[in-house]
Design a protein around this ligand. Structure first.
Ligand code: HEM
Length: 417
């Protein structure tokens, strides 16, 4: 793609930009991203929607996103707001609960340390067997159906069950738990969530449930993240306050499952559009390389952006940013930056140099990225081993949202191997 000389209408935070995305450009407004990166690398976006913040600076180059993400002293995560929404359940400055993603410094390190123990390589390895069983069940169901919506039949269940395992949600509670999690995923798409009140109701139910689950884990600790969250330190004091426990459950509920489902769905769509990539993957179906998974996560950019707050006045690309201004890291634009990637508009399953920012790169970088990658690897191995072809059975439809890049529908037909 060459540099655009005329300014396109910049609508990178418009729900309909993504709902009506072009499937040949990954559903993303790549021309707008390119304009921003080349001509307005620090762009002031004003927003006119009562559900959203009034304005934000937008950084879109890969390197600048890294810098904002890394420099927690200049760009704070603990001053309110997570994305462009006015209300987010893990934003304590706006009525939510504190979670690690909305803390900085010592408090962030302490919380992250508690949770990190639940994501050790040893723990993740133990998930392998469980994930293979979920993948097998999911593919059994798919083969029985033949033609189905990939998002619902395949990409939905596996990340939900994985989240249930990581957090330690008992099997009998999972269907209600997953119901609430689903509502979080698409608050602005009435096909999924009739109104924002429904989202608030789901959050309320989840908060009540997280207290029940905390009680259960205090009485019967297990090898799961919820047991870590409710554990006590050396002096017998709880490591986290009840609010922090709720906040971190809400963080996982809103961030872990939908993102992985999104990456799997956009990834499958690209494979079906690209015969060579599909053949390349089929040849490697017994041990899917991590390059494929990372490339899927790059082009999916499951969260288009996250925001931080400037802690002091400073200048960036000639623009005066004031203390308190909100700065958006437009991950989706950074993932297609020619300054950082060779042929960024191509889907390359064997891409080795892949500095994508879909998982973040700084102090808050995704704690669950190895869990997500394992889920995807196992799911695609099972799927390709047991099918001889996967073909589109209708057009892709996207979720209406400018934050979470969900796929609403991806009709496919599979032929058994
Ligand atoms: C493809 C799937 C996923 C994507 C794209 C994703 C993306 C992200 C992003 C962008 C961040 C914030 C990074 C930053 O601010 O620098 C994050 C943080 C986080 N993610 Fe993920 N995530 C995924 C899956 C998961 C899973 C499966 C889990 C857990 C089971 C998880 C748990 C977390 C946690 C706990 C944090 C907060 C880390 C902190 O604040 O220190 N994520 N993720």
């Amino acid at each position: 793609m060459t540099t655009t000389s005329t300014q396109p209408d910049i609508k990178v935070f418009d729900y309909d930009t993504y709902a009506n995305g072009d499937p040949t450009t990954f559903g993303l407004p790549l021309d707008q991203y390119q304009y921003l990166r080349d001509e307005e690398p620090c762009y002031l976006q004003e927003l006119d929607d009562p559900m959203l913040i009034d304005k934000t600076w937008v950084v879109s180059r890969n390197e600048d996103i890294w810098e904002v993400d890394r420099n927690t002293e200049l760009y704070a995560a603990d001053r309110g707001y997570v994305n462009i929404w006015q209300v987010v359940p893990i934003d304590p400055k706006n009525g939510g609960m504190p979670a690690m993603l909305t803390t900085d410094g010592e408090r962030h390190r302490a919380q992250r340390q508690v949770l990190a123990k639940g994501f050790t390589p040893g723990f993740v390895r133990k998930l392998d067997g469980k994930f293979r069983k979920y993948a097998k069940d999911v593919v059994d169901d798919a083969l029985e159906k033949g033609t189905f919506n990939f998002v619902q039949t395949i990409a939905h269940n596996m990340p939900m069950e994985a989240l249930g395992d990581v957090l330690g949600v008992p099997q009998e509670d999972r269907s209600k738990f997953f119901g609430w999690v689903d509502k979080f995923a698409a608050p602005f798409d009435t096909r999924i969530t009739a109104s924002f009140d429904e989202v608030m109701e789901a959050i309320g139910n989840l908060m009540v449930y997280s207290e029940e689950l905390a009680e259960l884990k205090r009485a019967n600790p297990a090898d799961d993240v919820m047991s870590r969250l409710v554990a006590s330190g050396e002096g017998g004091d709880p490591l986290m306050s009840p609010d922090e426990i709720m906040g971190n459950v809400a963080l996982l509920a809103s961030g872990a499952a939908e993102s992985t489902r999104t990456a799997m769905s956009h990834g499958m769509h690209e494979l079906m559009r690209n015969e060579r990539a599909m053949a390349w993957v089929r040849e490697r179906k017994d041990n899917i390389p991590s390059t494929l998974i990372q490339e899927m996560v790059r082009i999916a950019s499951p969260f288009t952006h996250l925001v931080r707050t400037a802690t002091r006045d400073h200048e960036l690309h000639g623009k005066q940013i004031k203390e308190g201004d909100i700065v958006s890291m437009l991950f989706a634009a950074g993932n297609f930056d020619e300054r950082a990637f060779e042929a960024p508009h191509e889907f390359r399953p064997d891409r080795i140099e892949n500095p994508h920012v879909s998982f973040g790169r700084g102090a808050h970088k995704c704690l669950g990225q190895h869990v997500a990658a394992l889920e995807m690897k196992i799911l695609f191995e099972e799927l390709f081993q047991r099918t001889s072809s996967i073909e589109p059975a209708g057009p892709i439809e996207y979720v209406r949202d400018a934050y979470s890049r969900g796929v609403y529908s991806l009709p496919v037909t599979v032929t058994p191997a």
